[in-house]
Ligand binder design. Structure first.
Ligand code: SAH
Length: 373
């Protein structure tokens, strides 16, 4: 299935302004196709803030579009929080219907930037260790609402001469539970005529929805796939990941093998380290067995505390012991660097609705010309 980024972007923008589709919108304003491309390019490539800034359009037309409520962004930043070390920024965004989502920007030393964005408001999968999972499911985001998180942070760092170098679908929600919108958002992020982020710089993380892993393999994209594994046996995984009852490990691992065979791309397995639960040598050896000999990579994640969850983080020393067992078994393994814990921006800590609304973001009008705090 080909996904046309221009059509995807326009569909969201004109829909929000109350048009039934792009044709009605184009007729209403008597817009030729090149005008539509100008709008798209101004927003997604030049990262202009609003229709009013698109000086290639006649002034009257700009005014008419603005008056009708045609706006580039579907999401409104409400709160921005910065970690002590200055490397992590968490944004809380309000959607049109008042629902809220969070996204986290990590500015690594050396210039690399990673944006962790949300694909749903809430999540339906209820992983016991994840804060989002405990809050339940609200709704799917549209492709535009997903893309706009990247658009917001790209605009924010542009004055520093920076751009987004990596995007990971590891915020709120299960990307493969909102498959079409996520793949549309990937098309928007990737478009060389627009935002221009390479597929290899995008990673989708899933609880392991097997039918969608197959669909994703068939797309033959260079986008990275990460699986939230977290346990090497069905008995253990089912204890804290209800999805495992629907797609048990043999079925999940078979889908991963099909993916590697079809795409010849590596699969990343995330494994959150929960003290006394999944972090002993027996688990490490069982995990090594599951990973052996294939194009697989294990990423160990230090557990980040979440409200009311009955889990404790494994000590760093024990994480490295666990990693050493995998390493000896020749399984490629890394330990995820922990960022943004002090502002509850680390993996699994995003919950939006419960965050303090302390440092409000200035309104659009106050913001023009000045950087946000
Ligand atoms: N729904 C997707 C993406 C969201 S979470 C998925 O499950 O993959 C991104 C990663 O953070 C997942 O591997 C998730 O299991 C992990 N995670 C969730 N809660 C966490 C916590 N409290 N500490 C550390 N990692 C956590």
């Amino acid at each position: 299935m080909t996904r046309d980024p221009l059509a995807i972007w326009l569909r969201d923008v004109v829909g929000r302004a109350g048009f039934s589709g792009v044709d009605e919108f184009a007729q209403h304003f008597e817009l030729k196709p090149y005008r539509l491309r100008q709008l798209y390019r101004a927003a997604t490539k030049e990262l202009l803030e609003s229709v009013d800034d698109v000086t290639t359009l006649p002034k009257d037309l700009r005014a008419a579009l603005v008056a009708r409520g045609v706006a580039f962004s579907a999401i409104e930043p409400i709160v921005l929080q910065h970690s002590q070390d200055g490397q992590t920024t968490k944004g809380l965004f309000r959607l049109d219907d008042g629902k809220e989502v969070e996204a986290v920007l990590i500015e690594h030393r050396g210039g690399r930037t990673t944006l962790c964005l949300s694909s749903q408001a809430g999540c339906a999968f209820a992983c016991a260790f994840c804060s989002t999972g405990q809050g339940g499911f609200n709704r799917n985001l549209t492709a535009g609402e997903i893309f706009d998180q990247a658009w917001f942070f790209a605009r924010r760092i542009a004055p520093d001469g920076k751009r987004l170098t990596n995007v990971v679908f590891m915020g709120m929600g299960e990307p493969f539970h909102n498959y079409d919108a996520v793949m549309d958002a990937v098309a928007l992020l990737n478009d060389p005529q627009g935002f221009g982020l390479g597929h290899r710089h995008i990673t989708i993380s899933t609880v392991g929805l097997v039918d969608k892993i197959d669909a994703f393999a068939d797309e033959h994209l260079q986008v990275n796939l990460a699986i939230s594994l977290h346990a090497p046996t069905d008995a253990l995984r089912s204890r804290f990941m209800p999805v495992n009852r629907r797609f048990p490990l043999p079925i999940l691992m078979a889908a991963c093998e099909r993916y590697v065979t079809k795409t010849n791309r590596k699969v990343f397995f995330e494994y959150v380290m929960l003290a006394g639960v999944n972090d002993d040598a027996v688990c490490a050896r069982a995990l090594a067995e599951l990973m052996r000999g294939r194009l697989y990579h294990v990423n160990l994640i230090p557990y980040n505390t979440t409200p009311d969850a009955p889990f404790v983080a494994t000590s760093d020393a024990k994480i490295w012991e666990f990693a050493a067992i995998l390493d000896e078994a020749r399984v490629p393994v890394t330990v995820r660097q922990n960022m943004g814990r002090d502002i509850a921006a680390a993996c699994g800590q995003l919950q939006a609705e419960t965050q303090p609304k302390a440092h409000a973001v200035p309104s659009q009008a106050q913001r023009s010309g000045a950087r946000m705090p």
